[in-house]
Design a protein around this ligand. Structure first.
Ligand code: PEP
Ligand code: MN
Length: 337
């Protein structure tokens, strides 16, 4: 149920509602909007719940939440969620650009990339230190050494750091260095991991599983939100289809669909979504045109010698050209980039 509080409801009245919901065995989520505060009561059906909540002081109305995901739903919060952490702003008309190598490989590689990305207008640095690789024989990432290099690159450039956490037991370690915790596509339905980042105070970039439906993606986000972390960005990174001319198929309609269904910001990853450098610039621009709140792009000083995903990485000048192209689209749509 969504308890919509009256415009002039006091803090005490909201707090009282939170306690009543808790006593009924449900979980309260307070969502403070510009127009109104709502308290979502999430949990199993309780007989006579609507009537009981309607009787609360300061309550304007009580509505059922129809979507299977509750806190993520637009029904609960009409205004878009904006994620702000350090240099990165995603949502509310501002397009965040997260750029950097697939994997952190060395100090020189990371720092030169961070500087070039920042100069071209990126607002956050990406780089994997824990890498989920299809083969156990592929480069697995620099682990904590990589996290240290990311933190040093943040110190040098001021760019917020986005990096993947692969396992529940690593959440605390990664959160010590990162500004945003990335949940990789392969882990989208690792529910224990989602619960663990739900307890973190760091925003989460949740990537869509290659075979996950929109509803499964939103329910995965719900795990993080239900855990108490309201700062979730969804990421469309392409799905597996019969098509083989691209690494994955990048469905940009999901940006528009997700905006209709959720208040959470939507980031697009045209690097993994296409798997080919030459397809990335136009698909990045198309993502902006579709309304994406952010982009995540792989950039490498020498893509041909990258330890992972070189075939889909942009070099510095390609990234700079991509930014220029995307900015023109953003400007035409009155959005900041
Ligand atoms: C990545 O961002 O490098 C990555 C592994 O992405 P995904 O989880 O989308 O495959
Ligand atoms: Mn990659």
């Amino acid at each position: 149920m969504i308890v919509v509080m009256k415009k002039d409801a006091t803090k005490d009245q909201v707090e009282h509602m939170v306690q009543r919901i808790t006593k009924l065995g449900l979980k309260p989520h307070v969502l403070v909007g510009v127009e109104r505060t709502v308290v979502a009561a999430v949990g199993p059906e309780v007989d006579g719940l609507k009537e009981s909540l309607e009787a609360g002081v300061g309550v304007a109305e009580v509505l059922p939440i129809l979507a299977p995901y509750k806190v993520a739903s637009r029904e609960v919060k009409a205004e878009p969620t904006v994620i702000c952490t350090g240099s990165l702003v995603v949502g509310g008309g501002t397009i965040g650009v997260i750029a950097g190598p697939c994997s952190v490989e060395s100090e020189e590689q990371l720092l030169s990339t961070a500087r070039a990305c920042k100069a071209a207008g990126a607002t956050a640095l990406r780089g994997g230190a824990f890498k989920p690789r299809t083969s156990p024989y592929s480069f697995q990432g620099m682990k904590e050494e990589g996290l240290k290099l990311l933190a040093a690159a943040r110190d040098a450039t001021g760019l917020a750091v986005v990096t993947e956490v692969m396992a529940t037991e690593d959440v605390e370690l990664v959160a010590r260095y990162a500004d945003v915790l990335q949940i990789g596509a392969r882990n989208m339905q690792n529910y224990r991991l989602l619960e663990a980042v739900g307890k973190s105070d760091k925003p989460v970039l949740l990537k869509r599983g290659p075979s996950a439906t929109m509803e499964e993606l939103l329910l995965a986000a719900e795990y993080v939100l239900d855990g108490g972390n309201p700062n979730v960005m969804l990421c469309e990174r392409g799905i597996r289809t019969f098509e083989s001319h691209t690494r994955f198929t990048l469905p940009l309609a999901s940006v528009v669909y997700l905006h209709a269904k959720t208040h959470l910001p939507v980031v697009v990853d045209p690097s993994h979504g296409t798997g080919h450098t030459y397809l990335v610039p136009q698909m990045a621009a198309a993502s902006v045109a579709a309304g994406a709140d952010g982009l995540i792009l792989e950039v490498h000083p020498h893509p041909e010698s990258a330890l992972s995903d070189g075939y889909q990485s942009l070099n510095f000048s390609q990234f700079s050209d991509t930014m220029a192209l995307c900015r023109r689209v953003a400007e035409a749509l009155n959005r900041k980039m």
